[in-house]
Design a protein around this ligand. Structure first.
Ligand code: SAH
Length: 553
């Protein structure tokens, strides 16, 4: 029998790494896994590994999918073993890229019903040094996310992981490869006698058989039981009953793989501990229409609250038409009394231009103003604390604050008469190519000299992501968020006609009056407008409305 490859100075680092991808939620992936993916020159992954994890890979990494795909040849376990060994050998034959590795990324934990043991043996046989990074297995994460502690002093001190798979259970598309006939070794009389917590993997189709066998072997038919599908994902679905009823309940709820079945008294505490599925936006699918760069702040908050988020960028940020004018204005910033930013995009674009010009924070104007907290946050993130921030993202409000601020700090002027006098002050507005004129108008009316310089322009992306179109087509979208008039107008332009009426049926959340006006003009009046015209205000409004309508139903 081959033994573990001994230390070889030529390959001091592992060549292959079996990495556990965890149960789905990418927040449950390990730091070691993320670091290893960044080093990988090849990643061989299957269906249960969340594809979003591939974002940790370097762009040059070769990504090989070996899971099942409808209508296509799926890899057998011996083929996967052979592929893994082949990729490692190819890598070892290349002296030009030291410090990389070949990653085998597997759902949950690689050694729990994942056939990782066989892959490690194949590597050993081929004398390829390897390492294993465990992952959170579905049998731990599933119960935890369904509010079921797998052990509890009052109920049980044992937990058993069992495969419920049978060779003929070919419906379980979740596993990259069927796990053979491990289940024929399952000793049901022993399980029924042991009781405690029993956790079955891969047993959806086989559930009637599993529960019958357990009852036949003496397990109390009233023992609590639950099935958790797509655990840790926003789509998680849980059905609870007893050993006697669970198979039928699961069938009625159309539970399909991947799902975990938990049997034991611990299931009874779920009622008190169902934290994940009780989050306020759990079960809501939300389409976020901001730019890709901006979407994440909103998406992250919605995800934390339990929503399923689909990003559908309807705006792209590009350099302004007159880039030279923008660069000249930025170069000249210290000559202004105040530079005004009206969006986070403006701040980011100015920051990029400053880097290109080799300028830094010392080259800002003496006073910096921001419209709304999101713009202020963007400034803070580049090390600039704005002096003036309007509480709402409305330009009229910022204009008034600027007028008050500058009038007040000029002691030479009569306080009352000169209250609205900004003469002698120079303002630089770094904004989008198409921006509302009111801010400029109000400042000029007050006597200020204003240079309104476009620092970026927005464009309509070529198309919407496929998953967004699909969700709309399936009527799966509950909410659509609109953070500006252009997100509304652009979505309208980008959608095929039949989907425009679908938008009309979703709940539309608007950030504020300007956006609501645009929505109304498109025939999509806002279902709800945020009271505070910013992202936290939108999230708050959505949570309140969702809870209200859930309470009403
Ligand atoms: N190595 C994996 C298990 C692979 S076997 C692990 O440690 O989790 C595949 C089975 O795992 C599925 O049939 C299902 O029973 C379970 N499974 C994996 N991910 C799951 C998820 N997110 N929710 C519920 N069950 C899951």
């Amino acid at each position: 029998m081959a033994t573990t490859p001994s230390f070889n100075p030529k390959y001091p680092l592992p060549i292959a790494v079996l990495v556990g991808a965890g149960p789905g939620d990418i927040g449950l992936f390990t730091l070691a896994g993320a670091r290893t993916l960044a080093l990988a020159s090849v990643v061989i992954y299957d269906a249960l590994a969340n594809p979003d994890l591939l974002a940790f890979c370097s762009p040059e990494a070769e990504l090989i999918y070996v899971g099942k795909r409808a209508g296509l040849h799926s890899f057998t376990q011996p083929e996967i073993n052979a592929l893994l060994v082949k990729k490692c050998r190819e890598y070892m034959a290349r002296p030009d890229c030291p410090g990389r590795c070949i990653v085998r990324l597997k759902g949950g934990d690689p050694f729990v019903f994942g056939r990782g043991g066989e892959e490690a043996q194949a590597l050993t046989q081929a004398q390829i040094p390897f390492a294993v990074i465990p992952g959170i297995t579905a049998g731990i994460a599933g119960p935890a996310y369904a509010g079921i502690p797998v052990t509890h002093r009052d109920f049980t001190s044992t937990v058993t992981f069992i495969t419920g798979h049978q060779q003929e259970d070919s419906s379980d598309k979740s596993s990259a490869v069927p796990s053979g006939d491990e289940s024929s070794n399952v000793d049901y009389p022993a399980l029924a006698k042991l009781g405690g917590t029993l956790v079955f993997y891969m047993g959806v189709k086989n559930l009637p058989h599993i529960t019958q066998r357990l009852m036949d072997c003496g397990l109390n038919a009233d023992t609590p039981a639950a099935v958790v599908r797509m655990a840790t994902h926003p789509e998680q679905q849980t059905v609870a009953g007893t050993v006697k009823t669970i198979a039928q309940l699961a069938q009625k709820a159309e539970i399909k793989a991947p799902a975990i079945t938990i049997i034991g008294k611990v299931v009874s505490v779920r009622e008190q501990m169902n934290w994940f599925e009780s989050r306020p936006l759990f079960g809501q699918t939300i389409l976020v229409t901001r730019t890709r760069q901006q979407a994440s702040t909103l998406s992250d908050k919605l995800l934390e609250l339990g929503a399923r988020v689909i990003e559908a960028p309807t705006i792209e940020i590009a350099k302004p038409t007159d880039r030279q004018a923008a660069l000249t204005a930025i170069q000249d910033m210290t000559n202004y009394d105040c530079v005004v930013f009206t969006s986070a995009n403006g701040v980011q674009s100015a920051h990029q231009a400053m880097i290109a010009l080799e300028l830094d924070a010392r080259d800002f104007a003496a006073t910096v103003a921001a419209i709304g907290p999101a713009t202020a946050d963007a400034l803070n993130s580049i090390g600039i604390t704005p002096d003036i921030v309007s509480t709402d993202a409305i330009s009229e409000e910022l204009a008034l604050e600027l007028i008050n601020y500058f009038s007040r700090i000029d002691p030479a002027k009569e306080p009352d008469a000169a209250k609205l006098d900004l003469s002698g002050y120079r303002f630089l507005l770094l904004r989008a190519e198409i921006a509302r004129p009111s801010l400029v108008k109000m400042l000029r009316n007050a006597g200020a000299a204003v240079d309104d310089v476009p620092i970026y322009q927005t464009r309509i992306p070529e198309s919407l992501p496929e998953n967004a179109i699909e969700a709309l087509q399936n009527g799966a979208v509950d909410w659509i968020t609109f953070t500006s008039a252009s997100t509304a107008k652009n979505l309208f332009t980008m959608l095929p006609e039949n989907l425009r009426s679908v938008v009309g049926k979703c709940r539309r959340l608007s950030i504020g009056p300007t956006t609501s006006r645009a929505l109304a003009e498109l025939g999509w009046p806002a279902t709800l407008e945020a009271q505070h015209h910013d992202i936290p205000g939108m999230v708050h409004a959505m949570v309140e409305e969702t809870l209200r309508s859930a309470g009403a139903s």
